[in-house]
Design a protein around this ligand. Structure first.
Ligand code: SAH
Ligand code: SF4
Ligand code: F3S
Length: 457
């Protein structure tokens, strides 16, 4: 439990006072965009707010505090935030006491903070990815001194503490093990907004997982921008977490091919709680573009990793990230990416049209292909994947899958949805009381995005 400190105690009084005027606990609307790392940061922010008396709402118009925890990875992520922000102006006009804040990756960028300072004057608080630990003092300054606060500090904060977190799920938990990125892929903003790599101590990670398992959590996802660059040794950490007693499974995100070592493959295959699945972001299928991206592997090395895994586990589940239309990429080079998709057979791909990010080296490169054209390439890629995956997912038909039930399904109101060990969506008919539990499902059908089956009782 974090000490509240004087700023925290000030906020406890503030929320109590506000609450008695409102007739209920003041509510906060906290929305996290982007990756799991950001969602996890958002859970920590919500934990801090709950500790000083805030409740939560999913409806901005009910909120006394709005906080958008933003993502900067692609332009459309940023556009969405500015779009939503526009709508909050009216809320602030109606209730001048409403506090509005922007935090996270987008807010860490100087030019974005400037834009908010000049053009979004109703935003009270802007802070980046390092300053979350100072939330109480920043809010106090906004409330007591009626000042707008901009905090773009890059001072790494404590990452080993025992933080209060308000987790969205009661059975699936994110556990960050490292923060930041040292790789500087030429297209990517992450190293600029998240700083250099910092790893949590194994003791602190293991003690958090132990507590989560004791609290009934069934799925633990270890997180990092490059989770396998964990400086105390990722395969060893996987083995230690695997030794924790209890009925739970272990996932991890996101792994970089450069650290997909033999030891990592041994640990995944050798630890019974570790899901047999690996996210191995390829990004592009030609050596020329990989080099221009500064990805530090060649197609040959990448396929070597794939072959090594598949020689030991022929149906091993792989997923990937692809960028379509990096500056200078030709159609022929794009087709090489398609070839790899056909060759590797991924269960799922996350593909994006290249987005120019201010401040990255690739932003200065000449880019002759239009976004419209790139959109067509992306469609082509997705068609390729759909064809490959509907055949590839058929390997599960007739088998029994262990599924952690996550919630209501998409197929019909009677359906539930969950994921098998390989991380593939499984839909089946079952009662709501199964949500949060492991069940066995006999797989009867493979679609291109998911599996369906029958509950085995
Ligand atoms: N650290 C992870 C990726 C984090 S960002 C890794 O290296 O694998 C998640 C994904 O967003 C990336 O894998 C990449 O495919 C995509 N991405 C990052 N920057 C991008 C950009 N400028 N334009 C389009 N996609 C981008
Ligand atoms: Fe971005 Fe590359 Fe770091 Fe991944 S490894 S976060 S793509 S710079
Ligand atoms: Fe986005 Fe930041 Fe994650 S840029 S993808 S929220 S690290």
């Amino acid at each position: 439990m974090t000490e509240l400190g004087s700023a925290g105690r000030f906020l406890v009084e503030y929320t109590a006072d506000l609450g008695s005027r409102l007739g209920h606990r003041p509510l906060a609307y906290v929305h996290s965009y982007g990756c799991q790392q950001n969602v996890s940061d958002g859970e920590r922010i919500m934990g801090q707010l709950a500790a000083v008396g805030y409740g939560f709402t999913k409806e901005p118009s009910e909120a006394s505090l709005i906080l958008l925890n933003t993502c900067a990875v692609r332009e459309n992520a940023e556009d969405r935030v500015f779009g939503n922000l526009g709508g909050f102006k009216k809320l602030k006009e109606k209730d001048p006491g409403l506090l509005i804040g922007i935090c996270g990756c987008m807010a860490q960028q100087e030019h974005i903070a400037e834009k908010i300072k000049e053009s979004y004057r109703y935003v009270d608080l802007v802070f980046g990815t390092f300053a979350g630990g100072d939330l109480y003092s920043m809010l106090r300054k906004v409330i007591e001194d009626k000042e707008r606060v901009f905090n773009l500090s890059e001072k790494p904060s404590d990452i080993d503490g025992d933080f209060v977190q308000l987790r969205e799920s009661s059975f699936r938990a994110y556990v960050p093990i490292m923060y930041g990125c040292n790789n500087f892929c030429t297209y990517c903003i992450v190293p600029y907004v998240r700083g250099r790599e910092r790893s949590r101590s194994p003791e602190s990670v293991i003690s958090e997982v132990r507590k989560l398992v004791a609290d009934g959590y069934k799925e633990i996802t270890l997180l990092g921008q490059n989770v396998n660059s964990y400086s105390y040794g990722f395969p060893a950490l996987l083995r230690s977490v695997n030794e924790i007693e209890g009925d739970f499974r272990i996932r991890f995100m996101s792994s970089h091919p450069k650290d997909a070592s033999d030891e990592l493959i041994d640990a995944i295959l050798g630890c019974e709680k570790v899901c047999k699945q690996l996210h191995l972001p390829l990004q592009a299928g030609s050596d020329r573009i990989l080099k221009a991206m500064n990805r530090s592997y060649t197609v040959e090395r990448y396929l070597g990793i794939v072959d090594k895994i598949r020689s030991r586990a022929p149906e091993f589940s792989l997923t990937t990230d692809i960028i379509v239309g990096f500056p200078g990429e030709t159609y022929e080079e794009f087709c090489m990416t398609k070839d790899i998709i056909r060759r590797v057979k991924y269960d799922n791909i996350y593909s994006f049209v290249y987005s120019r990010r201010t401040g990255t080296p690739a932003a200065k490169l000449e880019d002759k292909i239009s976004d419209k054209q790139k959109g067509l390439w992306l469609r082509e890629l997705l068609l390729e994947q759909r064809e490959t995956s509907s055949e590839w997912l058929a390997r599960f038909v007739g088998r029994t899958a262990r599924v952690l039930v996550e919630g209501e399904g998409r197929t019909s109101p009677e359906h539930l949805t969950g994921k098998n060990d390989e991380g593939i969506i499984v839909e089946f008919v079952g009662g709501r009381e199964l949500i949060g539990q492991f069940v066995d499902v006999k797989i009867t059908k493979a679609m291109n995005w998911a599996l369906s089956g029958e509950l085995i009782i």
